[in-house]
Structures are given as C-alpha cells and as structure tokens.
Design a binder for this molecule. Sequence first.
Ligand code: FAD
Length: 477
Amino acid sequence: MHTLTINLARPPAFPLVKSRHVAVVGAGAAGLVAARELRREGHSVVVFERGNEVGGTWVYTHRVEPDPLGIDAARPIVHTSLYSSLRTNLPREVMGFTDFPFMTLAGENRDPRRFPGHREVLMYLKDFAREFGVEEMVRFETEVVKVGILENGKWKVRSKKTIFFNNENNDHYNDDIDIINKNEVELDDEIYDAVVVCNGHYTEPRIAEIPGISLWPGKQMHSHNYRVPESFTGQVVILIGSSSSAVDICRDIAGVAKEVHVASRSVADETYTKQPAYDSLWIHSMIHTAHEDGTVVFRNGKVVLADVIMHCTGYKYHFPFLDTNGIVTVDDNRLGPLYKHLFPPALAPGLSFIGIPWKVVPFPLFEFQSKWIAGVLSGRITLPSQKEMMEDIKAFYSTLEASGVPKRYTHNMGESQFEYNNWLAAQCGCQGIEKWRKQMYLAASANRPLRPDTYRDEWEDHDLVLEAHEDFVKYTS
Ligand code: FAD
C-alpha cells in the first residue's frame, strides 16, 4: 500500500461538515454498516435492496438460476451463492463488526459453533440491523436499475419497485417455485448527493476456458448454482478451482458421487493425488482438453469420462446499473481507477464502492471503509486532489506490475488488509484493527490447509479466543 501526502491547501470537495443525501445500493453486510456509519455522521440515507430482507449473500435459498453457468445476461438472478451445508471459513470472533461482536447467543435457533452455519450469520446481520435501526432506512424489493451523474455533480438514481402477485400460498418468495410470481414495476427517479455501491461481488459467475468444451456432451454449471449434493449421486464430477467453495463442495459431493476430480490451477502439472479420507476424491492439475466422447484430459495426462463439470472459478465485479460515461471500468477483474479500492478520483466523493477487496475479513473492512466515506462526504475528512489520487493509483498499479501480480489480483489483499484497515482508521481518527484479530485470522488461515476436513472444529488459538472475549466485554457489558 502507498502512503499519501494529503494536500491541506486544497479546499474540501464539499463545504465542511455537511449532511448529505446518500443512496446506498444493497442491504448486505456492506450496505448495512454503510447506512449505520453514514447516519452516525449526520447524513440522510436511503438503502435500496432488491430482495425482501437484509443480509445479502447470507440469505440462503434453495432456488437456483435457470442457466446453470450464469452466462445469459437476461436470466432471472438469484443473488446468493451459498450452499446448504456452508459453515463460515473464518472464526466468528474474527468475522464480526468491531463494535458489535459476533457472539454465541443462547436460544434454540442459534448456532453456537465457532465456525457457524450460514443461517447464524444471517441472524447476526439481522441483529445488527435491528440494534442500529438500519431497516428503517431500507426500501425492500426495490432494485437500482440506473445510476448516472448529472451536470451539477449530483446523482440520478432510477429504481424499480417490483410489485408481486400473490401466489396460492400468499407468499411471493415461495421457495418451491423457480421463478418468482411478479408483476412489473414502478420506476422512480430521484436525485442524491452521493451514491455508495454495496451490491456484492459473488453473483456474476466467471467461467474457466477449456479447449474443446463446445463439443463436450456433459453438464456444466457454476458453483453459484450449487446447493445440495443429492443430484450428483453416482455421477463422475469434475470441479475446477481451489478456493474455499471448491474445497467444501468437493467434500460435500464426494459423499454421494461415484468419483470427484478437482482440477486446480495452483498445483504442478504432474499432480494426481488421492485425498486420504475419501474413496474417490482426486486432486489434479488443470484440465487440458474436453472431448466429444465425454472424456476430459488433465495436464497430468489422466483421462476421465465425466458427467458434470462444475466451475468453482469465482465471480466478476458487475455493475449493470452504473453509467459513469466510461470513467469507471472493469478490466480483467480490476475495477478502476479506484483510490484505495474505493473512490474513483474523477467522481469522488460522490461515488464510492464498499467491499471491492477480496481475501479479506469482510465485515470489519466494510466498517472502516464506511467510516471513511461518511467522514469524507461530510467534509470532516479531506481527500487528496484528483491528480494526487490518480498518481497514487498509478504507483499502486506499477508496484503490482513490477512484482508480476496479474491485473485480476488488483483487489486481492490477504495480509495487507490489516495495514489498509489501519490506514483507513487513521484517516477517520478511530481505533485500528485489534492485534488479536489479525493473529487469529493468520492462525485460521494456517490451520485451514493443514486440516481441510476439520479446521472448523479443531484449532489451537485458544489464547486468542480468550483475548477476543476480554475485548468484547467493552461492547457487551
Ligand atoms: P452481499 O452480501 O452480496 O449484498 C449485496 C446486496 O445488494 C444484496 O442484498 C443484493 O440483493 C443487493 N443488490 C445487488 N444489486 C442490487 C441493485 N441493483 N439494487 C438493489 N439491491 C441490489 N465472508 C465471511 O466473512 N466469512 C465467510 O465464511 C464467508 N463465506 C462465504 C462463502 C461464500 C460461498 C460466499 C459467496 C461469500 C462468503 N463470504 C464470507 C463473503 C461474503 O460475501 C461477505 O461476508 C459479505 O456478506 C458480502 O457483503 P456485501 O454487502 O458486500 O454483498
């Protein structure tokens, strides 16, 4: 990360400490904490949410999209990419917002585990929304379809309120039907001083390119549309990817499938290893080619006759509603230009993005980003000049290039997230990230590859758990 020189001579973009009218797109974890921080700073806030509840990705449904690869731009979108068995891949102490600890709560509906199931995370986010009165700022079932800048520097937000037909069960989100019963739409145009984009980036699938795939007769899908293993019973399944989803899903499916083969980009070409605790789970190097007779050839030379290829190959940043006259673009999964992964210099501070960094602890990072945006919008915190911000971005891109980091890893943070959080905290004049949180994140990251089957139930960082709980007392007593 780069240090910057703040140009104190530059007048703030807005007069000092002023309340702004701000639109937030999305009521997932990012939108919720953004709304809280913006309101705390004195802004008036409207949160647009196309779903009917808060929680974003953590709102699980067994519905999937009709296009299993998610290529058809006109397909009805199912936002979540969660599968039924999903438990968090971070310990709950690390995951929570800094001042609203993700504690184990009593109650028969609550999941007390340290790496809880997805429903517990949704309940935590709902608790957060309730505690801070965020829901009253949210317009549900209202999708933002266009965001564009006006000549006077304000933002026009066009939203679409979907009006639903009731079905027989008087329930328009009936999980047993694939397509929601909906009657279109009421369009609304409104003017805002600023727009904070929090639409998430785990919904628009990225697909691996496989030579020969157009002739291959099997079924292809993306992990976005994976929910439960049953439909893979007795099948030969190839998963592409080595992220947390691939690691989880291959194990989920291995319980019922005839064979599961994982193709990984991050192993040597000759790799062909059987996973010890499983009868038929194999790790290979990447796929070399797919063929008309149903076979798939791996780089290690192995040939597998497969029924299904599942792409666990990640997601694209996607902002179908955003019109910036080409100022902000997505190029090879680099969203830019963005100062500190957040403000496009030419449009700052009126347009900002929360949650673009990946390989991070999302909720606390969203929280620091939100505080910074809120303070910059009120004029309490000053941004450098547009030119300085562009120079900072260029210097950042040059560092990536010089270290051979591909463009698509621009927003991959890993360990540097802590320095980033602390930089944001310093801008805002608030406490940075706790030491125990960083150490616990590192301990969990080290434990995961060592015990891929059991890391959620076996760990050694008991001292850090104690330290976290001592810290939590100041928010819970
Ligand atoms: P989202 O939660 O995706 O919320 C975006 C919201 O915006 C949604 O509610 C959506 O409906 C709404 N929206 C989108 N477009 C529009 C529009 N045009 N108009 C109105 N509303 C719109 N994180 C962890 O901390 N721990 C984990 O263990 C973990 N596991 C994960 C497992 C999987 C499979 C996935 C996909 C993610 C996981 N994450 C995990 C990361 C997770 O995405 C973040 O924790 C976080 O929930 C992202 O929040 P968000 O608000 O940025 O986006």
